[in-house]
Design a binder for this molecule. Structure first.
Ligand SMILES: Cc1ncc(COP(=O)(O)O)c(C=O)c1O
Length: 366
């Protein structure tokens, strides 16, 4: 059992969130930890999904993190190190969730945050969070990949700003804690983990977490990792389908799942290694399949996730319809909350005309 091999921080620890796994994280003194209680997200039994695909399936609901996405796991570690090292200014390019997360954690740490967002391509909830928490928010007339290149150039030439994109190893260190939680919640290793992939950091981080568990002497086998991309932004899935060695990058990524609208994933080598080593694969799903899965979770499981997160269920539905055999239990990583993207929830929804109060009874009682 894990508890015999690793000295976890006791449950009574005053430490918040993922800092319970402190011994597996980069060293930070108590006074420098910047935490909002991230992690500890629910692992939810998806009964209706399980029945539909005849595979035992759970959803790891990362929308329950403080700013509503998995990004908080990495941001608490990165911003704590920023505080420890006395850094005053951080920068990030984002499809939205990283911006929301850095804005909140930087506010808590009293650090200046600059966030670059692709203009017109960020879900309104995420944009509102970045502005609300006081990040210096810059809309860029370009897609995410180009905005990230701006950051990389800036960081190379200007050493006083600190980048917090997912090539920042400390963010990935925090994100790996999802694997530790899954192990504890399931009482063992999952069979298959399905992850929506954009810049490919999360899938790499989760894989690293499982590896560290086994290295620490935990019993079990590594899970199969499946990375899901949207068809219009699928450099890794296209590579996989064609049996190539390098991604088929695209300069015009397009999908309704704005969080994974990324054509040049910077973490691709790590992600490909993880998926290969695990015996898994990358697949792509259409926007229509994403929208269907999005609605399925809302209507059949009561779970509100954002479109990018629903890509993992769309991937499971697709694999199941192709007759793929998957190791159980399957865990869908549900990366962000539905409130991030209210527009996506309103697609096909119709409130109708307002009624006079005396008409309401008639409608309800028929
Ligand atoms: C909701 C959501 N899902 C999935 C991803 C993809 O994660 P990664 O870029 O680490 O592959 C992101 C990244 O922004 C995201 O915000």
């Amino acid at each position: 059992m894990v508890y015999e091999k690793i000295e976890w921080e006791p449950i009574t620890s005053a430490l918040l969130g993922i800092w319970r796994y402190r011994r597996m994280l980069p060293p930070v003194g108590d006074g420098d930890i910047v935490s909002l209680g991230e992690g500890g997200t629910p692992l939810i039994n998806l009964d209706n999904v399980s029945k539909t695909v005849s595979i035992r399936t759970y959803g790891k609901f990362e929308g329950a993190n403080p700013t509503g996405s998995f990004k908080d796991r990495g941001m608490t570690v990165a911003i704590s190190l920023v505080k420890k090292n006395g850094i005053r200014k951080v920068v990030v390019a984002s499809t939205g969730n990283t911006a929301a997360s850095v804005a909140a954690y930087a506010a808590r740490a009293g650090v200046d945050a600059y966030v670059l967002l692709p203009y017109g391509k960020v879900a309104v909830g995420k944009l509102a969070q970045a502005l609300f928490h006081g990040a210096k928010t810059i809309a860029v007339k370009a897609n995410f990949d180009v905005a990230l290149q701006v950051i990389m150039r800036l960081v190379k030439e200007e050493k006083v700003v600190y980048p917090l994109n997912s090539f920042n190893q400390f963010r990935l260190e925090g994100q790996k804690t999802l694997a530790f939680e899954l192990y504890e919640q399931l009482g063992g290793m999952p069979g298959t983990v399905i992850v929506p992939v954009g810049n490919a950091g999360n899938i790499s981080a989760i894989w690293k977490g499982f590896k560290e568990l086994l290295d620490a002497g935990v019993e079990g086998e590594m899970p199969t990792m499946i990375g899901v991309q949207a068809e219009g932004a699928s450099p890794l899935a296209s590579m996989w389908e064609r049996g190539l060695e390098e991604p088929l990058f695209t300069d015009k990524p397009e999908t309704i799942a704005s969080a994974i609208r990324i054509g040049r994933p910077v973490n691709w080598p790590k992600a490909v290694r993880a998926v290969r080593e695990s015996g898994g694969r990358f697949i792509s799903v259409s926007d229509e399949e994403i929208a269907k899965a999005h609605r399925f979770l809302a209507r059949n499981e009561g779970l509100g996730v954002e479109p990018a997160s629903a890509a993992s269920l769309a991937g499971l539905f697709k694999l199941s319809s192709q007759g793929a055999s998957l190791r159980e239990p399957v865990v869908l990583v549900l990366t962000g909350h539905s409130l991030k993207d209210p527009d996506s929830m309103m697609v096909g929804a119709n409130l109708g005309e307002p009624l006079e109060p005396e008409m309401v009874e008639k409608v309800i009682l028929g």
